[in-house]
Ligand binder design. Sequence first.
Ligand SMILES: CCCCCCC/C=C/C(=O)SCCNC(=O)CCNC(=O)[C@H](O)C(C)(C)COP(=O)(O)OP(=O)(O)OC[C@H]1O[C@@H](n2cnc3c(N)ncnc32)[C@H](O)[C@@H]1OP(=O)(O)O
Ligand SMILES: Cc1cc2nc3c(=O)[nH]c(=O)nc-3n(C[C@H](O)[C@H](O)[C@H](O)COP(=O)(O)OP(=O)(O)OC[C@H]3O[C@@H](n4cnc5c(N)ncnc54)[C@H](O)[C@@H]3O)c2cc1C
Length: 574
Amino acid sequence: MGTLLEEIHSQNALLPDLPKGPLCIYRAKSSFNWKELLLFLDGEDMIIFKKRIFSAFENDPLFAHHPGEELPIEKYRELNFLRCKRLFEYDFLNIQEMIKNPLKIFMLINCLGMYDWSLSAKYFLNTYVFASTIQNSGSQRHMHFIQKTLNMEIFGCFALTEVSHGSNTKAIRTTAQYDPTTQEFIINSPDFEASKFWIGNMGKNATHAVVYAQLYTPGGQCHGLHSFVVQIRDPKTLLPMPGIMVGDIGKKLGQNGLDNGFTMFHNVRIPRENLLNRTGDVTPEGVYNTSFKDVRQRFGASLGSLSTGRVCIIGMSVVNLKLALSIAIRFSATRRQFGPSDDDEIPVLEYQMQQWRLIPYLAAAYALDHFSKTLFENLIELQIGLLQNDKSIRQAELGREIHALASAGKPLASWTAQQGAQECREACGGHGYLAMNHLGDIRNDNDPNCYVFNGSNRSRIIFKICSILIRVTVCVCMLYIFAGGYFSGEQAGKVIKNAILDLCAKLKDDAVALVDVIAPPDFILNSPIGRANGELYKNLWTTVLQGKKVLERASWWAEFSTYKPTIGSLKSKL
Ligand SMILES: CCCCCCC/C=C/C(=O)SCCNC(=O)CCNC(=O)[C@H](O)C(C)(C)COP(=O)(O)OP(=O)(O)OC[C@H]1O[C@@H](n2cnc3c(N)ncnc32)[C@H](O)[C@@H]1OP(=O)(O)O
Ligand SMILES: Cc1cc2nc3c(=O)[nH]c(=O)nc-3n(C[C@H](O)[C@H](O)[C@H](O)COP(=O)(O)OP(=O)(O)OC[C@H]3O[C@@H](n4cnc5c(N)ncnc54)[C@H](O)[C@@H]3O)c2cc1C
């Protein structure tokens, strides 16, 4: 530990001072040092890790933003793939670093997502969801798929959902019929409704898929849902394999850099060994063996990898809430509207209504951030147990508890982020509705978090029970407890409302510093009204003027100036 001066100097190198400007008024009023809080929450190693990613992007032309430019879907899919390929070249997180600090996986997903969720999803569906499902559901005979994934020889996707079924996985209709004469499984979609659909990476370049199908042995007996590795394209040409009809489902409401696709299987033959055999296996003669006595437990184990996605989505939702709040709080601290006199307007953050709208979500962001990280660490503990083939009661209970907490935490986090992003959009008024300020993208990109992984949020009674557990578990901020609407009743209501208003008023002078802790660099936040210098109008005006043809005369000017309409010429004569 060096001298205090050396300590501060090293802090400044790690966390340089934020730019001067209108936000300094609030920063000066803050009751704490944002750098100390960030060091406390993330630690030096994680801050350096994040900086490495963000500065690589900011200095790489492939990741440049193009304000005011709407990329055609095909171009965006290509650019997203090229950026994903560049991530392999950066190799931000190798296996050794992952083992040393698994939380960096969580941080990498979220840093990529702060830049673009299409990129984060593409990269992680391949290197994490596809590979870790093989790792957790397969055995030694499947490890070659993982190595090939990590050096991009093959590219993976996770194919559970079908056109006609998503939440109800027991009703999945793709079949895997074992043929002992050739020791192969025959993968088949009985009809187009059973086609795999919505599958990230499948639309353009995935060569292999983890496919969930009902396993049938020669006697026609169904052993339920199992997962298989199926090659869908030739890695050398990206042309479909025989019996495979594969394509892109088209434009979504967001995340359009991600190629979600569909596949219909026409009696596609795969080697027996491609069955991911942790929950059950088939002998060369076609006899089914399993270590699971209880069918429900075996079913649950086959879906264990879904908890990984849900836990990640909790973190992704928290990131979106943080991004939206970074923009809205900084805007609110610099946007002046009305005041004690005409020429003395005050920041809208001073109004009780603006505090009520935003500060409870700031508390939620901190509370859910803590919850998401601890749950991810529990997930890692579960996955280590899986790798060590731990059959203990604790391991089984940990799996069920994470399934419950993840299934309840995901709706809680994704809905909080969805409602918070909308509140932030509205709190920024018209400028919040300007696409360049990024609040629309944040809201649209967060939207699927409310639906993917465990169907929709309106899943089951488990949600209500566990959401109460969740609120108790994550309620680290008094404000979050109150604002969460956890208490009810008239008297309690009045006490709570006054407590919220009182806490908001106390927190408003810390709001900008609390956002400085969670906000990414300006390049990543990518919002003129959310920049760290708080020069709201200069940043907005500069970005508007950077737009293409922004001051040019409309190309169709003659349709107004020269060719006037003949009024009523198309009016019906009847
Ligand atoms: C990482 C960054 C990029 C992310 C990008 C996002 C890309 C999106 C990808 C996807 O969307 S992938 C597809 C996601 N699909 C789903 O999540 C399907 C949702 N449905 C289900 O999970 C299940 O169908 C269900 C709704 C949980 C099952 O309901 P059902 O009523 O049919 O059975 P249950 O009685 O609930 O369960 C039986 C038994 O199994 C246990 N169990 C179920 N799921 C799990 C699990 N994931 N982990 C552990 N255990 C599980 C359940 O607890 C029951 O056991 P008991 O409690 O009876 O012992
Ligand atoms: C951006 C995006 C990426 C995706 N990526 C993948 C992927 O890579 N791999 C993959 O396999 N899938 C993927 N999916 C599919 C996703 O997992 C499914 O959309 C999700 O599981 C929900 O299933 P569904 O769409 O069939 O909706 P359904 O299950 O049909 O539900 C539709 C609606 O019915 C109601 N409902 C359903 N069940 C119940 C119930 N029990 N009680 C009350 N109401 C109910 C709910 O309102 C629900 O929203 C992706 C989806 C999106 C949007």
